[in-house]
Design a protein around this ligand. Structure first.
Ligand SMILES: N[C@@H](CCC(=O)N[C@@H](CS)C(=O)NCC(=O)O)C(=O)O
Length: 204
């Protein structure tokens, strides 16, 4: 498999999952500074112009949650999805929230041109990021992260995803130390070999 990625993006979640299962994979870095994600060469891989994209022997897959589920399904012995249907649905509930709410709140900091035309509108969107992400952190601190992992004792796909999102907090203007539960969670995750490999491979 080949993972198209850019540093400090949600693509790190897929690298963590691939590392967890011990899958062999190659990487191709997309240079956001040169806007490579907007160019025809990359649009042949992902017409949406976003990372991650995963090239498989069956074709290209996009959307982080789908990639994570694919990795888990290829390597069932790694048990990255709970066997229990309710817990599996809880895991996907967390991942869907991260994709549809948290990631969008984050993107309003630097990608305002998706929603508006004027610089003043970009500035306005950006001005809400810290408030929105703080509220997201409060929800995860109080209601979601059970500890030691998101769903309790089992490391799941939700951890690969949520840890990645916590690495964006400094640029969102949020100090994770204000959320003791999340702070301890982030430190536990940083001790994992899968996260350390993603770090040394340039994903963070
Ligand atoms: N729904 C997609 C979103 C992917 C996405 O927005 N990725 C960002 C990086 S975190 C990106 O590629 N941004 C490039 C751009 O907006 O030009 C997913 O979950 O994979």
């Amino acid at each position: 498999m080949t993972l198209y990625y850019a540093p400090r993006t949600v693509s790190a979640a897929v690298a963590i999952a691939l590392n967890e299962v011990g899958a062999p994979y190659e990487t191709v870095k997309i240079d956001f500074a040169s806007s490579d994600q907007t160019k025809p060469g990359y649009h042949k891989v992902n017409p949406k112009g976003r990372v991650p994209a995963l090239i498989t022997d069956r074709g290209v897959l996009t959307e982080t949650s789908a990639l994570l589920d694919y990795v888990a399904a290829l390597y069932p012995k790694a048990r990255l999805v709970p066997d229990d249907p309710f817990q599996a649905a809880q895991m996907r509930s967390v991942m869907t929230y991260l994709a549809s709410t948290w990631h969008i709140n984050h993107a309003m900091g630097g990608r305002g041109a998706r929603w508006a035309y004027q610089q003043s509108s970009f500035d306005d969107l950006k001005s809400k990021v810290t408030e929105n992400i703080t509220a997201n952190c409060r929800y995860f601190e109080d209601e979601v992260v059970q500890g030691p992992f998101v769903l309790g004792n089992q490391f799941t796909l939700a951890d690969a995803y949520f840890y990645t999102v916590t690495t964006w907090l400094p640029s969102d203007g949020v100090d994770i130390a204000d959320f003791p539960h999340l702070h301890a969670y982030q430190q536990r995750m940083q001790a994992r070999a899968s996260v350390q490999k993603a770090q040394s491979d340039g994903f963070f």
